[in-house]
Design a protein around this ligand. Sequence first.
Ligand code: LMR
Length: 393
Amino acid sequence: MLENLKPQPLDKIIAMIGQFKADPRTEKLDLGVGVYKDVNGKTPIMRAVKAAEARLLESQQSKSYVGLLGDLTYNAAMADLILGDSVDSARIASAQTPGGTGAIHQLFEMIKMASPDAKVWISNPSWPNHEAILKHLKMPVGKYRYFDDATCDVDFDGMKADISSAAPGDIILLHGCCHNPTGANITVAQWAELADLLLAKNLIPMIDIAYQGFGEGLADDVKGLRIMAAKSPQMLIAASCSKNFGLYRDRVGVAIAIAEDAAQQDLTKATLATINRLNYSFAPDHGAAVVSIIMNDAELRADWQSELEEMRLGMLDLRVELADALRRATNSDRFDFVAQHRGMFSRLGLTVGQVETLRAQNGIYIVSDSRINIAGLPKNGMDDLAAAIAAVL
Ligand code: LMR
């Protein structure tokens, strides 16, 4: 049986983790996978997380199962963090999932159960795993224009035109903030316009939000999402705590569905519970319990927010520093967009060949589509990096 297996294409982001580790050079730079790093290159455990873990260790009395939907206090805290009061909580169905990827997977499965012919439209480009999971589930995929290579900004007219061609009932997958991989984001006014377009065309929004707090700030990052939630009869949200709580390996996510009424909400909840049961029964508890403790304790919550804000501002500084260094190195404003983009990534607009040269000659690891992880930028080596980039142009 096993001899029938076929080699599977490796996710380009995950493949790069192995390549970087295997590179024996000491002078190497990892701008690949989207993991936050501080100025010392370390991925810290956030202060509030450490404190909440200590409390959990003290207070936890049992390791018995929690429930198919996970920790309901965590689910409610996440719905509140993302949606605020934009939607009546009686319309919200949610299930804890193993990471944001788990949430995306569970929601895709639910779409397939409810609407097997519906196409899921993703941005071109998008996080590579969106398309990979859809293909794995044998679901129809559509792509809408998103990034304008010439301006390095969103091609909003192209985006609207392609979304307008979707069939009623199709799903439009949007990045809640901090678009991955481009770093180019739609404005709040554009969110409102899209919400009206989706409503008029009977299209269902699905929002992947994995970087809340990394762009314009915790509240500002969900302004557009909340406008859409308030206008949409139905909406799906896949959220992750990997980045904004730094809980990567603990796998903390949530799948949220906004239903039209309480009866639909009940049915959706039961369906999410069933999909969890069919895939892995229970989501891992530890990280979700930690998030719930933080979100329900004023002091820990305030500390978490201030550390998250420090991380965000640090990344903004790095953006400006790289844009300045590239301006000096290239004697042009070609890369000024890096300072305007938001979130963990920017797409530099280099060719695959140029990215490969940077890796081979300089040990600089960038995803092949020229996406860089802003948090990995070297605070004290920005001019060297800019010179290396300028040299391959
Ligand atoms: C990324 O895009 O680098 C992160 O979201 C990590 C991942 O799972 O791909």
